[in-house]
Design a protein around this ligand. Structure first.
Ligand SMILES: [Zn+2]
Length: 181
């Protein structure tokens, strides 16, 4: 715990259908940190735990507290708040760590949170698109998952994605500016 200051950083991840949120909680329970996963699902929140086999790129095992189930450290929490009509859930990621360094914690936590949303959506909602236009390639890239786009931006264009806005008009915030999707 000592190395990472608690700095509140709220990242809106957009709205999902209520069944998608329930599926996210179920998937998180299946990948619980006590069973070798990285999640820890509560009533309306899902904690994200870094573990030695899955942690922010800038971390080492020595950054983690030796917990009952092995070295681990909480990186952030995904909160789901139901909308007034209860059909949608507003999803927000709170980062628990100091992002003043390389921002790797944010990149990791956003990827995990978005990955969980997309894993749930794959089960709950039909896939609507299987490709996304990349303005840097000036062409379409196959991408069912936003994670694929994040990897593409990093590997092909050397861009670090720091924030993803999923709704209503999705865009990525990168170190080179905002990229509409
Ligand atoms: Zn590209």
């Amino acid at each position: 715990m000592a190395k990472h200051k608690a700095v509140e950083s709220k990242i809106p991840l957009g709205e999902v259908l209520e069944p998608t949120w329930r599926k996210m909680l179920a998937l998180a329970r299946q990948q619980d940190v006590e069973q070798g996963g990285i999640y820890d699902a509560r009533a309306s929140a899902i904690n994200l735990w870094a573990i030695p086999t899955d942690m922010p790129a800038s971390w080492s095992v020595s950054d983690m507290t030796r917990g009952a189930w092995g070295p681990s450290e909480i990186v952030g929490t995904i909160y789901g708040r139901s909308t007034v009509d209860g059909k949608m859930v507003d999803v927000e990621l709170d980062l628990d760590v100091d992002m003043a360094g390389k921002g790797e914690e944010g990149t990791w936590a956003i990827a995990k949170a978005v990955g969980l949303i997309e894993d749930a959506q794959k089960v709950i909602e039909p896939v609507k698109n299987d490709r996304i236009f990349c303005r840097f390639c000036d062409g379409w890239i196959p991408a069912v998952l936003l994670n694929t786009v994040i990897d593409h931006m990093r590997e092909k264009h050397n861009l670090q994605v720091t924030t993803i806005m999923l709704a209503p008009q999705p865009f990525l915030v990168t170190n080179a500016g905002v990229i509409p999707l």
